[in-house]
Design a protein around this ligand. Structure first.
Ligand code: GTB
Length: 216
């Protein structure tokens, strides 16, 4: 059985590793599972064959034999359940790591995405800068809470887990905003994630897609 995921044929982030296939790639690299990537265009994502895999017409998807999954939280959880390395064995530690997966996606990511989307949706309005400052403060509030929790710990709860993997990818969406830099321990936490060899392999693989598309 071999694993196939989908990713953007032309990622709008130009290889910045912000599209969500990065999370799945990183998880697979952490557990040492080889995978194939099927690149899809925006048009292909909205066609019946892809909609049969992903009801919302998005990337990434994950296929392994008879199993087809969508939603990065679910995919990363599945990878972590099937292979050692992303969730602790001890039941309570495992439950806490899973809690951090949900916290990354349900509590930290929404204000970050809202901030990001505002530029696309209302970036041309006269009141956009006022809105941005409100949205910045909402993100800051989460970063301050995360910073307090982390203190000088290396990871969110003991060893590196799928919770850290999702949290780091969520926080990376703030690249260029200047907000993370206000919380040096959070910035150092992201840098630790990005320095992991599995992260580097995943990042390089998605960057290679962008480079190949640009060359071709
Ligand atoms: N909740 C789903 C999950 O976690 O899997 C969300 C999946 C999702 O948002 N997929 C996006 C997509 O397919 C790509 S990752 N969008 C196309 C569409 O909806 O038609 C989001 C994303 C896209 C681009 C950048 N970027 O350019 O920086 C960053 C993140």
């Amino acid at each position: 059985m071999s694993i196939t995921i989908t990713a953007f044929e032309h990622s709008p982030d130009r290889g910045g590793g912000h599209a969500r296939d990065m999370r799945v790639r990183w998880a697979l690299e952490e557990v040492g599972q080889p995978y194939d990537v099927r690149l899809v265009s925006f048009k292909t994502m909205k066609q019946p064959a892809h909609l049969a895999l992903h009801p919302f017409g998005q990337i990434p998807t994950y296929q392994d034999g008879d199993l087809a999954l969508f939603e990065t939280g679910s995919i990363v959880f599945h990878i972590a359940e099937c292979h050692r390395g992303l969730l602790p064995d001890e039941a309570n530690a495992r439950a806490r790591a899973i809690t951090w997966m949900f916290a990354a996606l349900n509590t930290v990511e929404p204000p970050i995405v809202e901030r990001e989307q505002a530029r696309y949706v209302v970036g041309d309005k006269a009141w956009y800068s006022e809105l941005l400052s409100i949205l910045d403060d909402r993100v800051r509030a989460r970063l301050a809470q995360l910073s307090r929790w982390l203190g000088d710990a290396e990871w969110l709860d003991g060893s590196f887990s799928a919770g850290d993997l999702l949290m780091v990818t969520v926080l990376r969406r703030l690249d260029g905003s200047g907000l993370v830099e206000e919380f040096p321990n959070v910035a150092a936490y992201i840098a630790r994630g990005e320095a992991r060899p599995a992260y580097r392999r995943a990042f390089d693989a998605q960057l290679a897609v962008f480079k190949a598309a640009s060359a071709g």
